[in-house]
Write a protein that binds this ligand. Structure first.
Ligand SMILES: NC(=O)c1ccc[n+]([C@@H]2O[C@H](COP(=O)([O-])OP(=O)(O)OC[C@H]3O[C@@H](n4cnc5c(N)ncnc54)[C@H](OP(=O)(O)O)[C@@H]3O)[C@@H](O)[C@H]2O)c1
Length: 221
């Protein structure tokens, strides 16, 4: 039985990761700022009051992991704020950098003593962080933060290889969650996570550091 830790587990894609990993028999540590009825109903180990931008709250969480190995670390929590060129809000852009790019990296560093040979680190990024794929512009804070996250994941893949730890950058597809205002054009979180778990199963040291769509397509940087 593998142990997975999922951030942003109270709703959306993170919640669905917890549900599906638990269903297949994995041990799941679900971290969130505050839990939800849905998360409490799954029967996983819920750790509340974990704000990824607070090193104190992350340190408190890690204290509680006492000698536990994490086989799968899913850095899923993220935010999307609108930033048009004519309506730039630098504070909003900084916040997205902090939550979407810097926090997953710092969290991985803080928890790295709990990773072991064979562990997998998953950064949930976005196709909107692909420079080559950007055909619509805008979304400055979100796009810039996800590009930065991709770069952090690529460096991590190199730095953690010697320890036998693989890293993936995964785009979940367009998913109907609160982030996308439950767009009717999106797939469900359950559909997305089924595919994301297939990608995680396929992740190894040879393909570590790649940027994948949940459907298995390799995305351009
Ligand atoms: N939905 C899509 O179409 C789509 C597409 C591409 C990429 N993604 C990525 O997929 C991931 C999950 O998105 P989603 O669609 O499931 O969005 P969501 O429903 O809005 O969920 C976002 C999660 O992130 C958590 N979070 C935000 N800021 C946090 C912080 N400072 N500390 C801890 N947790 C924090 C939220 O917790 P609270 O409830 O406490 O706010 C929530 O659990 C994100 O990284 C997103 O960028 C989504």
């Amino acid at each position: 039985m593998a142990t997975f830790l999922v951030t942003g587990a109270n709703r959306g894609i993170g919640l669905e990761f917890c549900r599906k990993l638990k269903e297949r028999g994995d041990n799941v540590i679900a971290t969130c700022r505050s839990t939800s009825k849905e998360l409490d109903g799954i029967g996983v180990c819920v750790k509340q009051h974990v704000d990824l931008t607070s090193s104190k709250s992350v340190a408190k969480l890690i204290e509680k992991l006492e000698g536990m190995n994490i086989n799968g670390l899913i850095l899923n929590a993220g935010i999307l704020e609108k930033n048009d060129f004519l309506d730039l809000d630098p504070d909003s852009i900084r916040k997205q950098f902090e939550v979407n790019a810097l926090s997953p990296l710092c969290f991985t560093r803080a928890i790295s003593n709990h990773l072991c040979e064979g562990s997998k680190v998953i950064f949930i990024t976005s196709r909107m962080g692909s420079i080559a794929d950007n055909a619509s512009g805008g979304s400055y804070g979100y796009r810039m933060s996800k590009v930065a996250l991709c770069m952090a994941g690529k460096s991590l893949a190199i730095d953690l290889k010697a320890r036998g730890i693989a890293v993936a950058l995964l785009h979940p597809g367009l998913v109907s969650t609160r982030m996308t205002r439950f767009t009717p054009n999106g797939i469900t979180a359950a559909q997305s996570v089924t595919s994301l778990i297939e990608r995680i199963n396929e992740l190894n040291l040879e393909n570590s550091g790649s940027f994948w769509h949940a459907n298995g397509e390799i995305l351009p940087w």
